[in-house]
Design a protein around this ligand. Structure first.
Ligand SMILES: Cc1cc2nc3c(=O)[nH]c(=O)nc-3n(C[C@H](O)[C@H](O)[C@H](O)COP(=O)(O)OP(=O)(O)OC[C@H]3O[C@@H](n4cnc5c(N)ncnc54)[C@H](O)[C@@H]3O)c2cc1C
Length: 557
């Protein structure tokens, strides 16, 4: 029997998406709870993120008359996730539990004063599948004045996106050169930012708004939140998790958990050794995940013999690596705009550049098995450069000199010159371009179906026709940028049941041990059905785990 230094009813490892949600459930049930975060900042990748959650059949859809139901959500998940032997975290039972519990979780948080709304239009990522919602099922936290956090303000992981704009509004800003609507949005953002400054507010958006609102509620309700508290071990006696080993003031510190331990410690995006083993041809420098994502609890679950699955999966996100930015640049919005296409290193297009970012990177790695495609090349022309942003630079502006000097951005007056600069067979680049231009003129990509779904078109330019996402690449000079399969996190881990309880390979559970988020083999399997399919599940399974541990409910069927 371990000797303990301290006791709580519930212990949460990591301060990711589901952590503070679980903490609030425990406090509602009158239980003591501690959240242990190993870094010097709370919030995890969730605070850095867009912060949106995919919640089918939510109250805001009902309010706005957007049709949805449990059945419609189930049809959609059956179609795009489905049942596969290698995705045991995504069984029908778990998918259905998610559809029941996610709207409940949202209601619970609203009851705790967290303000949410729906994204007015954000199509599901597989819009052509049965049960998909074109208007979308995505929910996001309202902007938040982070000054309300007082001393806790400095303890929250910041978000790179610093504008006072809901993420959906911000997503229209890249169209500023071509759309009056985008210009009006930009004006609103500037006015809102000035207004906030004048009234002494510091408005944050996206994941920062979500996690700041959660932090405010958690502090108010008495959740014990600790930084610099890396969890080293999960303590299991017999078949029950009884506590954890962490550190206090740099010394070992054992905490007993009367009711359970929830693992919400993120994935292993920053662990190159694990990447090389499970997701080869990817690099930790290409991730946007928070630095604490080093797979600590994955290794711990392997050590105690828990069931691990889909460790080779990640939430891929097409990235470029501008030398002017310490972080990789997300490129989904660029690649799907008109006057742009993607090719492998032999100069051939090989997939629809639209669809979910996860599907895109799966396609890139799949291509790389037979043809060099990591990195691939984004090819654009001068029409693109005039109209759209490139890696956060404004349309029509001169690009930084260092981009050319460092060979981040290549330029050629002709396609042949560009091909030579990038070491691509010129005849292939010429043939690919002519074929693509034919599709663009016809408004129909008969080879890969780019622009056939509402989601593809959402990524394009609504002012452009006949297809929002297809435009000719014909006006020199031409430009090329390398695209790598980056990510926003890994997507495999420990397998849990519908109560978020950690399972062993024989499908029995380890009593008192729960997991959520990217520490787990996710409920969406190898798919990314819509915006918010990482944070939505992380919050929801945290909610489910805490309810189960506190004796408030059982979500198994
Ligand atoms: C830029 C960006 C935008 C994104 N946008 C969205 C979006 O809008 N919607 C969406 O669904 N997904 C989005 N994603 C993906 C999503 O943010 C992550 O997959 C998700 O936040 C992971 O949440 P989590 O709860 O699993 O863990 P995290 O939020 O990553 O938190 C894990 C925490 O555990 C801590 N930790 C790790 N090991 C230990 C240990 N041993 N002891 C104690 N603590 C530990 C870490 O330091 C970290 O703070 C985005 C990601 C990024 C980077």
């Amino acid at each position: 029997m371990a000797n303990f230094d301290e006791t709580f009813d519930f212990v949460v490892v990591g301060s990711g998406g589901g952590s503070m949600c679980a903490g609030l459930v425990c406090r509602q049930a009158g239980k003591s709870v501690v959240v242990l975060e190993k870094t010097d900042l709370l919030g995890g990748s969730t605070a850095r993120a867009g912060g949106v959650m995919w919640i089918p059949n939510n109250r805001f859809m009902k309010r706005d008359g957007v049709e949805d139901s449990f059945e419609k959500g189930a049809t959609y998940l059956d179609a795009v996730v489905g049942d596969h032997d290698d995705t045991p975290g995504a069984t029908k039972e778990r998918r259905h539990a998610y559809l029941r519990e996610a709207p409940e979780m949202l209601e619970f948080l609203i009851g705790k004063g967290i303000q949410f709304n729906r994204a007015p239009y954000w199509p599901d990522y597989y819009t052509n599948s049965p049960g998909a919602s074109e208007a979308g099922r995505t929910v996001l936290a309202d902007l938040f004045d982070i000054n309300q956090l007082g001393e806790w303000k400095q303890k929250l992981r910041p978000n790179k996106f610093q504008m006072a704009a809901p993420i959906v509004e911000a997503m229209s800003l890249p169209l500023i050169r071509v759309s009056w609507k985008a210009r009006w949005q930009a004006t609103k953002v500037v006015l809102r930012t000035i207004g906030a400054k004048l009234t002494g507010k510091h408005l944050v958006t996206a994941g920062a708004a979500l996690q700041a609102r959660m932090l405010q509620a958690a502090v108010r309700e008495g959740v014990d939140l600790r930084l610099h508290s890396p969890v080293r071990e999960v303590i299991v006696e017999g078949n029950r998790c009884v506590g954890i080993l962490t550190e206090k003031d740099g010394k070992p510190w054992r905490i007993k958990a009367n009711l359970g331990v929830l693992l919400n410690a993120g994935g292993f995006a920053h662990n190159q050794e694990m990447r090389d083993l499970y997701i080869p041809h990817t690099r930790k420098e290409w991730t946007h995940a928070a630095p604490g994502d080093t797979g600590d609890m994955h290794k711990e679950m392997i050590r105690i013999g828990a069931w691990m699955a889909q460790m080779d999966e990640f939430v891929g996100n097409q990235m470029a690596l501008p030398p002017t930015d310490p972080d990789p640049a997300g490129m989904q919005g660029n690649i799907c705009k008109p006057h742009a296409f993607l090719i492998d290193q032999t100069g051939l297009r090989y997939m629809n550049e639209g669809g979910s970012y996860m599907l895109f990177c799966q396609g890139q790695l799949e291509r790389h098995k037979t043809v060099p495609a990591v990195p691939s090349w984004l090819i654009v022309d001068s029409q693109f450069m005039r109209r759209y942003m490139l890696c956060e630079t404004m349309p029509g502006t001169a690009k930084p000199k260092i981009w050319y000097e460092s060979k981040f951005l290549h330029r050629g007056d002709t396609l042949e010159e560009l091909a030579a600069a990038c070491n691509i067979p010129p005849e292939n680049l010429r043939a690919t371009t002519e074929k693509f231009n034919g599709f663009a003129r016809a408004g129909k990509d008969t080879e890969f179906g780019r622009g056939d779904s509402a989601y593809d078109r959402f990524l394009g330019d609504y002012t452009h026709g006949p297809n929002d996402t297809l435009g000719t690449v014909e006006e020199g000079p031409f430009y090329a940028v390398q695209i790598v399969p980056g990510d926003v996190g890994t997507y495999g881990g420990v397998v849990c049941n519908s109560n978020a309880q950690v399972m062993k390979p024989d499908r029995s559970v380890i009593e008192g041990l729960y997991a959520t988020g990217t520490t787990t083999a996710g409920v969406m399997g190898r798919a990314y059905p819509g915006a918010g399919c990482s944070i939505g599940p992380s919050f929801t399974w945290g909610f489910v785990a805490a309810k189960h541990a506190a004796g408030l409910g059982n979500s198994g069927v």
